[in-house]
Design a binder for this molecule. Structure first.
Ligand code: HAM
Length: 429
């Protein structure tokens, strides 16, 4: 017995067969359309980057546990990109001289992370990235929040289906230091504890807090801070609030687009102030969909110029789960609108002519590559989702006609070739 290789893709990666690809294309086209309506321009970059850019800036989880690394034949250490932000920061830094800041850019890369595959998590995902570079203004935050709402509306969601939870890391730092009494050395560990807050039960969190060195009383206060909502702002120094773009946003009409939530910190190391995470509100899919934040000095890896950025990454897996939960997943498109069937091998050339005519009129048209009985072709065309079949018979053809048959009603009529497209179109409606 010959040994065959597996046909399944590598664990945590996915094949997309045409029906699934058709669904994805429809969803992503809506998103691209919204992004372009806001003036975001699409860019792309290599899937391979120097491993260093993630090790320096993305944080320990990505660098130590999730990076796919390799050494090329010249001994250079490379990584498959786990995210797009360091790459786009590199592009922005390298081209800063010719760009008119602020710039709005978007992309749709595939990203690789070595994670344990589970619901919402895979090893290769596609991520829509939208970022603004070169502005510190709170208007950027507002635009990001508006954009997120419009993107989700663009794929059919309504406001009740999701919530944008936003925070500012500097507000949280101030609260942890001033209210909870966390020391500067403890701060990074407490941030990472906050990031896990909703994933663990109270006892586990208390144990982890103890390991960091927080007293029971401090742990209690930490819980109060994280659950305080906007009331927390009353306890913070005026100077910290004045410096916060998020506090500015909360004082505008855009406040209604978000919920201020001190618990949001996000895992990546490079965020410097505003952070936000979009959640599904359905109890069946009670999870984070996507997120982002502001990073004031990521470009600083590549240039002395200070170029702030703000943006988010929206993953395809969580988005598709969201759409499925709310029954918003579009149907795959049919393969074709119409199939042109010659009744004999001699008429294959005539069928190709008819097909050319129909394609010219914008109809998605195929003709059989192998001749089968008419009945078989009709059933194949039906399975392919065609709404009509154009039958090319010798007598009709000699008279300049073809027969258009509806696959729905099975009615058919003989029409001059010039009217075939209009006749097919009548069956598409
Ligand atoms: P992130 O939170 O690591 O942020 O990823 C953003 C989104 O990508 C996640 O919320 C999720 O939708 C998706 N995602 C990430 N990892 C996986 C995975 N293993 N499987 C499936 N989906 C995944 C970033 O990557 C930032 N670079 C986003 C950003 C852009 N911040 C500013 N600009």
């Amino acid at each position: 017995m010959p040994e065959y290789l597996p046909t399944a893709p590598y664990r945590g990666t996915r094949d997309f067969l045409p029906p699934e690809m058709s669904v994805r294309t429809q969803v992503f086209d809506h998103l691209y359309e919204v992004l372009e309506r806001y003036g975001y321009q699409r860019y792309d970059g290599p899937i391979l980057e120097s491993a260093e850019i993630y090790e320096k800036k993305s944080g320990q989880e990505i660098a130590d546990q999730q990076l796919y690394t390799l050494t090329d034949r010249g001994g250079r250490r490379l990584a498959l990109r786990p995210e797009m932000t360091p790459s786009v920061a590199r592009m922005i830094a390298g081209n800063a001289g010719s760009l008119q800041f602020p710039v709005r850019w978007y992309s749709h890369p595939n990203c690789h992370r070595y994670e344990r595959p589970q619901r919402g998590r895979v090893r290769e995902h596609w991520q829509i990235n939208a970022d603004i570079f070169g502005s510190d203004s709170a208007n950027c935050e507002i635009e990001m929040f508006e954009l997120i709402h419009d993107l989700l509306r663009g794929v059919g969601a309504t406001e009740d289906m999701f919530v944008v939870r936003a925070n500012d890391r500097n507000l949280l730092s101030a609260a942890l230091t001033d209210v909870v009494g966390v020391t500067a050395e403890q701060l990074p560990q407490v941030f990472s504890l906050v990031d896990r807050w909703e994933k663990y039960d109270r006892d586990t969190l208390a144990k982890q807090a103890e390991e960091i060195g927080l007293a029971d009383k401090q742990f209690g206060k930490l819980g109060d801070v994280l659950g305080a909502g906007t009331a927390l702002l009353d306890e913070l120094p005026a100077a910290v609030k004045e410096a916060s773009n998020l506090v500015t946003v909360l004082g505008t009409e855009a406040a209604g687009l978000i919920r201020f939530d001190p618990m949001i910190v996000r895992g990546l190391a490079y965020y410097t102030s505003t952070v936000f995470e979009v959640f599904d509100t359905s109890p069946e899919n009670n999870r984070a969909l996507f997120g982002g934040g502001r990073y004031s000095d990521l470009a600083g890896m590549f240039t002395s110029q200070q170029i702030p950025g703000i943006g988010f990454g929206m993953g395809d897996v969580t988005l598709m789960d969201f759409l499925a939960t709310h029954e918003l997943t579009p149907k795959p498109r049919s393969e074709v609108d119409v199939v042109v069937v010659p009744v004999s091998a001699e008429l294959a050339g005539a069928a190709r002519k008819v097909a050319t005519e129909l394609r010219g009129a914008g109809l998605r048209t195929s003709t059989p590559l192998e001749l089968r009985k008419l009945g078989k072709e009709l059933s194949r065309a039906d399975k392919a989702g065609a709404r009509a079949v154009v039958i090319v018979g010798q007598e009709d053809w000699d008279a300049g006609n073809v027969t258009v048959r509806s696959l729905g009603t099975r009615e058919q009529q003989t029409v001059p070739l010039g009217q075939a497209a209009a006749s097919v179109r009548a069956h598409l409606a």
